[in-house]
Design a protein around this ligand. Structure first.
Ligand SMILES: C[S@@+](CC[C@H](N)C(=O)[O-])C[C@H]1O[C@@H](n2cnc3c(N)ncnc32)[C@H](O)[C@@H]1O
Length: 465
């Protein structure tokens, strides 16, 4: 079908990357920013992997699931693409997506997917945001239509979907609170006054690369990490003075240096400019120290729900030995420790592991121990001998899921109960398929930590046959 061809169709489900999908003449059509239930007129852009990609031209009949987006950047920003869907419907759509994935993987013989546990706060819910500096600013339709002259060579904000080098210059973002907005706008103003160059991805040059902001939900602390290409202490003192003046809520400033090509907010070295370089937050009865680069669930309030589900699914007994694999700062480790004999946490990052040990001590939890290192190397016969064979194994891997060799090792550990917490149900289902011969899936609970996005946390309980 030729690009530019117009079609009218009914949208019937959500698809990947913020798109929704419907059918026209038996062919699947993907449309960004459409909502299931909409009747839409679209223009075909092209074909990709046997489906048509199209652009929304007209909403012929709006879906009853539609809602008004709060954010003025909605429609351009890649941050939260489902703001135009009612929150209750977002939860249903997430459940359905998990159900489709688990059905396709043949994992629903002994369990059904429970309704998604929703959040009470659906805006400003993130305790961590990562904004990028860039040398190519993307203008929203409203900005273009305003006729104003904009500086197109500087942006501080979030990426435009499908354009790795284009950024929206965000004056507000409803994912993190008011303090975060003041930090972003203050840093942008300062950088422009001082003439500091934003990072140019294409040329791999510039000074300012990212700003990471941590705003814990339950502590009056704020961490700012300015990621730069080079270490320049004088410039960082200027940043410190400006933050102290305009955002006194900031309790610590870190400068991470990333002199590599990869556009990531961590780097080869970190310098603490003021404060102690960490923040704290509370989940349930525990208080956690969070190092600048450590993993910590970005939605503190929903993390508590997530961990409670993991705890319930583990069906803990006083005599249990539990392994918490991919344990991060020891969050789940501490959550389950009070119910069992001992918990062993394993985490690859030594700084995070040291933090996990301090977290256990600071919370007075004694029946836990931590090992730093890659699970594939750390979990061996001598360790199992020392820690005892596990009754329960909890896993919470990164998005990519579990290494196939590690899945075999988990199977060999032979725990009676397994709980798999994941931020990516697709890789989770793939991993669980590999465990099907030994384990039955007995419960599946999606938990929404990321309102207005397609992301969902999913907790699965398994029992050994
Ligand atoms: C999704 S986070 C979960 C952390 C923790 N359970 C929580 O909820 O805060 C995954 C953690 O696994 C760690 N990790 C990644 N690969 C690993 C590996 N091969 N061995 C051990 N830990 C690993 C990461 O550093 C990260 O802290």
């Amino acid at each position: 079908m030729k690009p530019g061809t117009e079609l009218t169709l009914r949208i019937d489900r959500i698809a990947e990357k913020g798109r929704s999908a419907g059918r026209s003449d038996g062919r699947e059509v993907h449309v960004p920013f459409a909502v299931p239930g909409d009747e839409v007129r679209v223009a075909v852009l092209g074909k990709r992997k046997r489906r048509l990609e199209a652009r929304l031209l007209e909403l012929v009949e709006p879906s009853p699931l539609r809602d008004d987006p709060r954010c003025r950047y909605f429609g351009s920003c890649g941050g939260c693409t489902r703001q135009n869907v009612r929150y209750a419907a977002q939860l249903d759509l997430k459940r359905e997506a998990v159900e489709r994935t688990f059905f396709d993987a043949g994992l629903l013989a002994h369990a059904e997917v429970r309704p998604t546990l929703g959040a009470d706060e659906i805006y400003d819910y993130r305790n961590k945001m990562e904004f990028s500096f860039g040398a190519r600013r993307w203008l929203t339709e409203a900005e273009v239509e305003s006729g104003e002259a904009f500086d197109r060579d500087f942006a501080l904000g979030l990426h435009v979907p499908g354009h790795f080098d284009r950024l929206l210059d965000l004056e507000e973002c409803h994912l993190q609170g008011e303090v975060s907005r003041r930090i972003v706008n203050g840093l942008r103003a300062l950088a422009k006054e001082e003439g500091w160059a934003p990072w140019n991805v294409r040329r791999a040059e510039g000074f300012l690369r990212h700003v990471v902001i941590r705003t814990p939900a339950h502590e009056e602390e704020v961490l700012v990490d300015v990621v730069t290409f080079a270490h320049d202490p004088a410039r960082m003192e200027t940043v410190a003075a400006r933050l102290r003046r305009d955002v006194p809520e900031v309790t610590t400033l870190v400068n991470t240096v990333n002199d590599g090509v990869a556009q990531v907010a961590h780097g080869s070295e970190s310098h603490v400019v003021f404060g102690d370089g960490v923040v704290h937050d509370r989940i349930g009865p525990f208080r956690f120290e969070i190092a600048a680069h450590a993993f910590f669930q970005t939605n503190t309030r929903q993390a508590e729900r997530l961990y409670e589900v993991a705890r319930e699914f583990a069906a803990l007994r006083e005599s249990d030995v539990v392994y918490d694999l991919y344990c991060g700062l020891g969050t789940i480790t501490l959550f389950v420790a009070r119910d069992v004999r001992h918990v062993l946490g394993v985490e690859i990052d030594p700084v995070t592991t040291a933090c996990a040990r301090r977290n256990a001590a600071a919370n007075g939890v004694e029946n836990v121990s931590f090992e730093a290192g890659d699970l594939l190397e750390v979990i061996d016969a001598p360790l199992v001998e020392r820690a005892g064979a596990p009754d329960v194994v909890l896993v919470d891997p990164p998005r990519a899921g579990i290494h196939p060799k590690m899945i075999r090792k988990i199977d060999l550990l032979g725990a009676e109960r397994l709980v798999y917490v994941s931020c990516n149900p697709k890789t989770q289902a793939k991993d669980l398929e590999a465990l099907k011969r030994s384990y039955d899936v007995t419960a599946i609970q999606p938990v929404d930590l990321f309102p207005h996005t397609d992301h969902v946390e999913n907790v699965v309980a398994l029992r050994r046959r």
